[in-house]
Design a protein around this ligand. Sequence first.
Ligand code: MTE
Ligand code: MO
Length: 521
Amino acid sequence: MTRLETPPRSTWHTRAAGVGIGLLSLAAFLGVAQLTSPLVGPAGTPAIAIGANAVDLSPHALKAFAIAHFGVHDKQILLGGIFATLVLAAAVVGFLSVRRRWLGLGALGALTVVAAIAAAVRPGGGALAAVPSILGGIAAGAVFLLLWRLREPAVGPADLMDGTAPLPARRRFLVGSAGVGAGALLAGLGGRSLIDKFYNANSSRADVKIPAAADAPVTPGGVQLTVNELPPFVTANKDFYRVDTALAVPQVAADTWSLRIHGMVDNELHLSFADLMALPLVERDITLTCVSNPIGGPYVGNARWTGALLKPLLEKAGVHAGADQILSRSVDGWTCGTPTKAVVDGRDAMLAFGMNGEPLPLIHGFPVRMLVPGIYGYASATKWVTDIQLTSFAESKAYWVERGYKEQAPIKTMSRIDTPRGLAVLPAGKVPIAGVAWAQRRGIAKVEVQIDGGEWQSAQLAKQDTVDTWIQWVYLWDAKKGPHTITVRATDMDGYTQTADRVPEFPDGATGRQNLVVTVN
Ligand SMILES: Nc1nc2c(c(=O)[nH]1)N[C@H]1C(S)=C(S)[C@@H](COP(=O)(O)O)O[C@H]1N2
Ligand SMILES: [Mo]
C-alpha cells in the first residue's frame, strides 16, 4: 500500500474530520431519501421503513414492554432509537474510515441495501419504494468521497506526512461540509413537506360529513355519575387511547378508499366510500378495549360509532361453510382475525366511519375501521381496513396470533378505580371511590368495593347503556384516619365474578383485581 492511500499518522483534526464526514454522509443519505420519497409515498422513507420492519420483527414481549412503559409514545421512542443508532454508527464508521476508506463506503452500501429492502417489502412498497434509499445511498457515497477529496487533495506524500491538510484544503473542506449539511437539511425538510402535502388525508377528512343514521338508539340518561375525576361516559376523540403498529399513520383519502370482501364467499364484493354511506346506517355505543390493558390501565374507551352493519354484507357475499375466520387487513398490511360467528350472531359488528359524530380521526382508522363488540381490538377493530377475506383459523393466522396471542379473544370482565388515585392522601370523612367496569356482550351486574380486606360492599351503579358499553360506579366510603387498601371487583350478568388470580396481558388479556393504597389524615 502506498502512503497516498493510507496516511501514516492522523491527528485529531483528521479524526474529527472523519467523524464529521460520517455524519454528513448519513445526513445526505437521509435528506436525499426524504426528498425523493414523495415519488413513491411515505413507505419509501428509510427511517420509517426500517422502523416498521423492526416493529413487525420484534418479539411480542418487546412490544408489550414498549406499550406498557412508553404508552402512546412508543413510536417516537422507536424512531428516536433508530435515529440515534444511525448517528452513533455514522460517527464510529467515520472515525474508523480515516484509515480505511472502504469501511465508510461499505457501511453506506450496507445501509442503502438494508433501507432499500426494508422499504420494498412494506405493504404498498414494491421495487419502486427502494428508489429513495438507492438515491440516498448514491448521494451519501458521493458526499463521502467528495469531502475526503476536499480534506485531502491528491498532493504529494510529503504534504500528508503530519496528517493535517494544507490550509486552503481545510477551508474548502469546511465550506463543503457546511454546504452538504445545509443541503441535507433542506432536502429533508422539503421532502417532509411534500409528503405532508401529497400524502395527507386531512383534507379528505375535512370533506366527509357524517350523516344521521336511521337506526340510532338514544343513550339513556343517568349513564354519567357526577364524581370528580371520573372519566366521561363518552370518551372524547382526542382522549381516546391509541394502539397500533403503524409508525407512519396511514393516509387514505375517502374517495380512493375501497373495500374488497372475498375468499370463501359466493360473490366477491367491492365497496367504495359512497357505497358504504348509501347502506342502511346505524349508530352504536361501543366500548373498545385493548388486550394490552393492564389492571387499572388506560387502554379502554367508549364512543358512539356511525357506520353500516357487517352481517348484511356477509349475507350478500354468501359465506361458505367452514369459513370460521374473517381476516381483515389494513392498508398498511396489519391483519386481524375475527370469528365469523361473532359477526353474524346478532351483535353490532360494523364498518364504522363516524366516531362521536365526526369522521374517524386519522389515528383511529380514517376513513373506515371495523368494530366487533366484545372482542379485544387486536381481533376485531381493524383501522384503515381495505380488505376482508373469509377464511379459516386453520388456514391463516392474523398479525398478533402469529406472535403468540390467542385466536379467541373475548374481552374479560374488569373493573377499574379512577378515583382516588393510588397513594393519594385524603381527608377523613365521606370519600367517593369511583370508576368504570366492563364486560362487553354480558353487561355488568354488580361492582363491589373492599376496604382493608373486609366485607365486600356493593357500589352504586350508573344506568347501564348497553351490554357492549362500560358502566360507571361509585361507593361512598366513610374514610377513617390511617393507611388503607382499596380493592374492587365486578360481577357480570352471566354471574361471573372477577377473579383475584392475576395473569398477565399476554396471551389473551389480564385478569386480577385492582387494588391501591391511600392514606387518610
Ligand atoms: N390497522 C390496524 N388496526 C388496528 C391495530 C393495528 O395495529 N393496526 N391495532 C388494534 C388494536 S390492538 C386495538 S386495541 C385497537 C385500538 O383502536 P384505537 O387505536 O382506535 O383505540 O385497534 C386495532 N386495530
Ligand atoms: Mo390492542
